[in-house]
Design a protein around this ligand. Structure first.
Ligand code: ATP
Ligand code: MG
Length: 351
């Protein structure tokens, strides 16, 4: 019996070793695939017309989604510049993205495209997802879901990503990995940082971005609230809490326009105790403030200052991303609070 037990033990150890090696191999292959698809990807989502827009215009005749090509979008415009009677062909602009989602695309379809990146976050790579677009184009809807929250189908990318992480962590528990998650939520408004998980009365002075140690490149935000999270429901609660604190205003283009960049960050810590292996990473989901033309939104006074600050930080983000794409030696992270804050989550192996 003792002999049998000993041989079973060896067999078990061999199996555990094999499972571990396969898991490390899976991580490597998953990362190879993600890098082949591109560490920086751009998707385009066109939201459906809202009921009041449907009264004013018929469909989206100027937008064309070529069938069988989920990566292209064609924009056409009648050429008004002609003189005389001669009819000129329409002006045509071709755009290509890693993927284009037409108005009928569901939140689930959008999430399918990003869920592999969420897996990368669990495997130890920093992942950052931005929603960028004109005010009213559906960024907050995509990231958080409708306000007030609707059916589970309408849930946005943040609750879906978190759910996916929790499920993935449960899977990896069978392979000896224990995961812990904590969440923070802040907004950058007029180049100042605000903790969205604290009510206005509870907030102290404005938050700062600091180096973790004088000689370290790691940045952190002292005094920012980090809440340990274990379930999707807890995260939905945090979203509601943050939404009530976020700076919004009515602009000429959106009833409830987000006037700040909101940054939801999940810190992920994995530990394989038996092998003394650790992995830490982060998943960051950013709902950028709406980009807009000043004259279109009719901004004046404090709205004007907001709009200018939004536009300058968006262009700083654009410069950082194009410097990363071109693999330039200097990446201008320091030009805005947003890019400075995300410095550790954008370069290197980040997705
Ligand atoms: N895919 C969609 N399906 C249905 N309704 C949508 C969709 N996307 C956005 N909407 C609706 O469109 C309106 C504007 O969307 P949202 O507030 O998300 O825009 P935004 O890009 O966050 O704008 P801002 O930059 O001003 O904050 C909201 O009423 C939202 O519910
Ligand atoms: Mg918004």
């Amino acid at each position: 019996l003792r002999e049998l037990e000993a041989s079973q033990r060896t067999l078990l150890a061999e199996h555990e070793e094999r499972i571990h090696l396969l898991e490390m191999e899976r991580r490597r292959l998953h990362n190879d695939i993600q890098e082949l698809r591109g560490n920086i990807r751009v998707f385009c989502r066109v939201r459906p017309l809202l009921p009041e827009e449907r009264e004013r215009q018929r469909g989206l005749p100027h937008l064309h989604f070529p069938p069988q090509d989920a990566r292209s979008l064609v924009l056409t415009r009648p050429d008004d510049s002609q003189l005389g009677r001669e009819r000129r062909p329409e002006l045509r602009y071709d755009f290509s993205f890693d993927r284009v989602f037409p108005p009928a695309a569901s939140q689930q379809e959008i999430f399918q495209e990003i869920q592999l990146l969420v897996q990368s976050a669990l495997d130890g790579y920093p992942v950052c997802i931005f929603a960028y677009g004109q005010t009213g184009s559906g960024k907050t809807f995509t990231m958080e879901g409708p306000a007030p929250p609707g059916t589970p189908e309408a849930r946005g990318m943040i609750p879906r990503a978190v759910r996916h992480l929790f499920l993935g962590a449960r899977d990896l528990a069978g392979k000896g990995w224990q995961y812990g998650f904590s969440a923070s939520f802040l907004e950058i408004y007029n180049e100042g940082l605000r903790d969205l998980l604290l009510a206005k009365g509870q907030r102290g002075s404005e938050l700062e971005i600091r180096r973790l140690a004088p000689d370290s490149d790691e940045l952190h935000v002292p005094n920012l609230t980090w809440v340990p999270v274990e379930s999707e429901e807890q995260v939905l609660e945090l979203l509601l809490r943050a939404a009530s604190q976020r700076s919004v205003a009515r602009t000429g283009l959106n009833e409830r326009s987000s006037r700040s960049h909101s940054v939801f960050q999940l810190r992920i810590q994995g530990l394989h105790a038996a092998r003394d292996l650790r992995c830490t990473s982060s998943l960051t989901l950013v709902d950028l403030a709406g980009s807009e033309r000043l004259e279109k939104s009719g901004s004046v006074g404090s709205r004007l200052r907001e709009t200018q600050s939004i536009n300058s930080s968006l262009s700083a983000l654009g410069l950082v991303i194009s410097a990363l794409c071109n693999k330039e030696p200097h990446i201008p992270y320091r030009n805005s609070k947003l890019t400075f804050l995300l410095q550790n989550c954008l370069g290197g192996h980040a997705k």
